[in-house]
Ligand binder design. Structure first.
Ligand SMILES: Cc1ncc(COP(=O)(O)O)c(C=O)c1O
Length: 391
């Protein structure tokens, strides 16, 4: 963080030097992980803290696309990362760099997915971990963090309270790498791989429009940066012009509110609602995300809890991908932006599905159960389930 303006610091690269070594062939010969893009990441791949994050499928989504009126829709399915979210990308980069810099302990302030990922990668690296979460997090996310055996601290407060506490702790314990606080600049760079892989998977082309969920806003700004970098180092021939749209839940929509009201500043809010992974009321990169969206001609939309549940179920029903609440937010906002004409039918659209549905089962548990419960007899099945014309 900049000690003068408290804004995020940026990693600086020598793009000319990178352009002289990087090539599509060199990328293709790399590992099937984010580390195939090591030339554009701020850490040495030799010592990578690596569980295999990245190179997740880019799925053509024709059934969802036809429901939304979008003939060329793609899903970047980051639900299948090692701990089930895109956070494995940023954590792998952050902890690799943190070890290079001599930090001893892996730490973070998390809304859930980051907690999973830091605890798992620390276990993989044989590092101690100290993970801080709000005490009202989903049970699934608590269990899937605690199982890795690190120290897990539930704080009575919002994510923004947790984050403030972690900023204080980072100066008290200088050997602790809080991935999203004192090594945030390196952490954030990991999200560029979400752009790199999409361009590669589209046959070295940028999409026309991407839809990205927003919590702190870091992921969105780095996806936009990622596409630009590919051109700077010669992997994309044409300068890409990717429209970038953001997705928030109505329970925590500071960036969407600023977008809709035309404000230049993001006013902090107190989060509520089921999309806990996106519940950052005072987003560190909110202002930058807003600038990216506006400059690219995108929009930021928000959706209610009911719409989020519908989004999760629509995605699962049409494409076989089960997303956590953040994915429901993305799909529901995409549906709204398509209906209002912001996302257009003539565009090649990519929706980023960033977290796995098994982590937020409660969101859909009430409305997802067996079609019928029957005695173990043919007649009982036929009496309860209508499959008469399925032969
Ligand atoms: C599943 C998921 N998607 C998206 C985000 C948003 O990331 P960012 O804070 O970079 O905006 C988060 C943040 O925790 C998340 O857990």
């Amino acid at each position: 963080m900049c000690e003068w303006c408290f804004g995020p610091l940026e990693v600086v690269y020598d793009y000319e030097a990178i352009a002289s070594v990087i090539s599509r062939e060199r990328v293709a010969a790399g590992p099937q992980t984010i580390w195939r893009y090591a030339d554009l990441l701020p850490a040495n791949p030799q010592g990578a803290v690596d569980l295999g994050a990245g190179m997740t499928p880019l799925l053509r989504a024709d059934r969802l696309g036809s429901e939304l009126g979008l003939p060329e829709l793609w899903l970047k399915n980051d639900t299948v990362n090692p701990t089930g979210s895109f956070k494995d990308r940023v954590v792998s980069v952050a902890l690799t760099r943190a070890r290079e810099l001599g930090f001893k302990v892996a730490a973070c302030a998390s809304t859930g997915n980051l907690a999973n990922s830091v605890a798992a990668h620390a276990a993989r690296a044989g590092m101690r971990s100290v993970v801080f979460i709000p005490s009202d997090l989903e049970t699934q996310k608590v269990v899937t963090t605690a199982v890795f055996g690190g120290t897990l601290v539930a704080v009575d407060g919002t994510y923004d309270d947790v984050n403030r506490l972690c900023a204080e702790l980072a100066s008290e314990y200088p050997t602790w790498a809080f991935v999203n606080v004192n090594v945030r600049s390196y952490y954030a760079e990991g999200s560029k791989t979400l752009a790199f892989e999409v361009a590669e998977q589209l046959g070295w082309q940028a999409p026309d429009h991407v839809v990205v969920p927003i919590a702190s806003g870091s992921q969105l700004t780095k996806i936009a940066k990622g596409f630009r970098e590919l051109h700077k180092v010669g992997l994309l021939e044409e300068e890409p012009s990717v429209r970038v749209s953001g997705a928030q839940s109505a329970g925590c929509a500071p960036v969407a509110d600023a977008f809709v009201s035309g404000a230049d500043f993001v006013k902090p809010v107190k989060p509520s609602g089921i999309a806990k992974s996106l519940a950052i009321g005072n987003p560190a990169d909110g202002g930058y995300a807003l600038q990216e969206v506006r400059a690219s001609g995108g929009a930021v939309g928000s959706v209610t809890d009911d719409e989020i549940v519908e989004g999760i179920k629509l995605l699962a029903r049409t494409e076989g991908v089960f997303a956590e609440t953040a994915g429901g937010v993305t799909v529901a906002v995409l549906a709204k932006l398509a209906a209002s004409g912001v996302v257009r039918p003539d565009e090649k659209v990519v929706a980023y599905i960033t977290g796995n549905g098994l982590k937020t089962l409660d969101a859909v548990a009430a409305s997802c159960g067996p079609t019928a419960t029957v005695a173990p007899r043919l007649e009982a099945f036929q009496a309860s389930v209508n499959v008469a014309d399925w032969r």
